[in-house]
Ligand binder design. Structure first.
Ligand code: ARG
Length: 460
C-alpha cells in the first residue's frame, strides 16, 4: 500500500508486531458499513463517478458476503481489516477499488469503525442489564416480605427483607445502565472525514456520512477525532464499574450458598461438582463473575496506560486499544448473563434466612427505638439500656424477646409488656417504612415503580 517510498520489505518481526488483523477482523461489519457510507458520499459529491461508486458498493457487499460465509482471511502482510478489505475489493473489481480511499485515511477509518463497534457493545450491555433488572425485580416482588438478616461488617445488624436486598442491586444496575447511556450519547459523533489528521481538501460531506452511520453529526476537530479514544475508555469505565457490582452480587450468592449460611440453593445449570468430593456443588459461575471483574478492571487499566502521554494525533500505540475492549466486552456479556440466570433461577431458602434473622439480636435497635418512643428516653441512653439487655440475654443464651418482663424491668423499670410487640422480626421490618426502607409495603412500592420503568407494566 505504500511500496512507492520503500526499497525493501518489512522483516518478519515487523510484519508480526505490526499486524492487527488477528484481532481487528472483529471490526469487519463496521469497516464495510463505514466504507459504504464513504463511497456513497464520494459519489454524491462527484468526487468519484457514479459508476465507480456503484461498482465499489457492490464489491463491498460481495466482500461482506465472503466474510460472512468464510470468515476474514488473516494475512499479516495486509496488516489490518482496512487493508484486507481494500485488497480483496481490488481483486474483485479491479483498479476502481483504488478510489475508495480518496479523502480518508486509516486513521479516521479505524476511529470510525471502532466507535461503531463500541456503540454496539454499549447497546448490548444495555439489553443484558435490563434483563438482569427484570429478573431482580421479579424475585424482589416474590420476596417483598421474606425476612433475612441484614448485615453490616457481615455481622447481623437489623432484619431486612430479601426483596429489599435484591432491589438494592436493581438500583446499582440502573446506575450502570445510565453510565452506558451517558457514554453512548457523548461518543455518538462521526470522526469519518477527518482523514489522516488535518481534514481533507476534497469537497466531502461529513454530515451525510455521519447520518448514514447513525451518528448525531460529525466531530468538530480532525486532530482530536483521529486521536480520541475517550469513547473506548468511557465504555471500559462503565464496564469496570458494572463488573464491580456484578462481583458483589456474585459474592453474596457464594456466601449465601455456603452450608453454614444455606440461604440459597444455586441452579444446577450454573454450578459444578467436584471430581473427588461427591457432596460438593460449587458456585463456579459466581466465582468466575467475581474473578472476571478483576480482568475487566485490568482491561481499563491497560487502555488508560496506553493512552497516557500520547501526543496528537494518531500513534501506532493506539492499535492496542482493541484487545482490551474486546476482552472486556465478552467477559462482561458472560458475567451479566450468568448473574441473570442465577437471580432468575436460585431457590431462596426463606426458612433458613428467617431463622438466621432471629439470631444475633437483630432487633436490638427496635428495643432502643421503643424506649425512645414509648418512654421518651434519649436515644443514647436507650442504646445503653438495650446493650445491657443484650448482654443479659447473651449470657443466658436466649433471644431478646425470651427475657421475662421482670428481667427487663430490672434493667430499666420504664419497660413494660408492650415492648414484646416491637421485638419480633416482622414488627422490626414493618416499622422501617421510611422512603427507601425495608418495610414490605415500601419494597412493594419500589417494585411497582421499577416494573413501570422497565416497561413490564403500564403506569397505574
Ligand atoms: N491498524 C491500525 C489501528 O488499528 C489502523 C490505523 C493505522 N494508521 C496508520 N497510520 N498506520 O490503529
Amino acid at each position: 500500500m505504500w511500496g512507492g517510498r520503500f526499497a525493501g520489505g518489512p522483516s518478519a518481526i515487523m510484519r508480526e508486531i505490526n499486524a492487527s488483523i488477528p484481532f481487528d477482523k472483529a471490526l469487519w461489519r463496521q469497516d464495510i458499513a463505514a466504507s459504504k457510507a464513504h463511497v456513497d458520499m464520494l459519489g454524491a459529491q462527484g468526487i468519484v463517478s457514479a459508476e465507480d461508486a456503484a461498482l465499489i458498493a457492490q464489491g463491498l457487499d460481495q466482500v461482506a458476503a465472503e466474510y460472512e460465509a468464510n470468515g476474514v482471511p488473516e494475512n499479516w502482510d495486509l496488516e489490518d481489516i482496512h487493508m484486507t478489505t481494500e485488497s480483496r475489493l481490488a481483486e474483485l473489481i479491479g483498479p476502481a477499488a483504488g478510489r475508495l480511499h480518496t479523502a480518508r485515511s486509516r486513521n479516521d477509518q479505524v476511529a470510525t469503525d471502532f466507535r461503531l463497534w463500541v456503540r454496539d457493545a454499549m447497546d448490548q450491555a444495555q439489553l443484558g442489564l435490563k434483563q438482569l433488572q427484570v429478573a431482580l425485580v421479579s424475585r424482589a416482588g416474590e420476596h417483598a416480605a421474606s425476612i433475612m438478616p441484614g448485615f453490616t461488617h457481615l455481622q447481623t445488624a437489623q432484619p431486612v427483607t430479601l426483596g429489599h436486598h435484591l432491589m438494592a442491586y436493581y438500583e446499582m444496575i440502573g446506575r450502570d445502565r445510565s453510565r452506558f447511556a451517558d457514554a453512548r450519547s457523548r461518543m455518538n459523533r462521526s470522526p469519518l472525514g477527518s482523514a489522516a489528521l488535518a481534514g481533507t481538501g476534497f469537497p466531502i460531506d461529513r454530515f451525510r456520512t455521519a447520518e448514514a452511520l447513525g451518528f448525531d453529526g460529525p466531530t468538530d476537530n480532525s486532530l482530536d477525532s483521529v486521536s480520541d479514544r475517550d469513547f473506548a475508555l468511557d465504555y471500559l469505565m462503565a464496564a469496570a464499574q458494572c463488573s464491580l457490582h456484578l462481583s458483589r452480587l456474585a459474592e453474596e450468592f457464594i456466601i449465601w450458598a455456603s452450608q453454614p449460611f444455606g440461604f440459597v440453593t444455586l441452579p444446577d445449570s450454573l454450578s459444578t461438582g467436584s471430581s473427588i468430593m461427591p457432596q460438593k456443588k460449587n458456585p463456579d459461575a459466581a466465582e468466575l463473575v467475581r474473578g472476571h471483574s478483576g480482568r475487566i478492571v485490568g482491561c481499563l487499566t491497560a487502555l488508560m496506560i496506553t493512552m497516557k502521554g500520547l501526543p496528537l494525533a494518531y500513534s501506532k500505540d493506539m492499535q492496542d486499544d482493541k484487545p482490551p475492549v474486546f476482552e472486556a466486552a465478552s467477559l462482561l456479556a458472560l458475567s451479566i448473563a450468568a448473574m441473570t440466570g442465577m437471580v432468575a433461577e436460585a431457590k431462596f431458602r426463606t426458612d433458613r434466612m428467617r431463622a438466621a434473622a432471629e439470631l444475633g439480636y437483630a432487633t436490638a435497635t427496635d428495643l432502643a427505638d421503643w424506649l425512645v418512643r414509648q418512654a421518651n428516653i434519649p436515644f443514647r441512653e436507650a442504646h445503653h439500656i438495650t446493650g445491657s439487655a443484650v448482654k443479659l440475654a447473651e449470657s443466658r443464651g436466649i433471644a431478646l424477646d425470651q427475657l421475662s418482663i421482670e428481667d427487663l424491668k430490672a434493667i430499666d423499670q420504664r419497660i413494660d409488656d408492650r415492648v414484646y410487640a416491637a421485638l419480633s422480626v416482622e414488627a422490626s421490618v414493618a416499622a422501617r417504612c421510611s422512603h427507601g426502607g425495608t418495610a414490605p409495603d415500601e419494597v412493594r412500592k419500589r417494585v411497582a415503580q421499577a416494573r413501570v420503568a422497565l416497561g413490564l407494566e403500564e403506569q397505574a
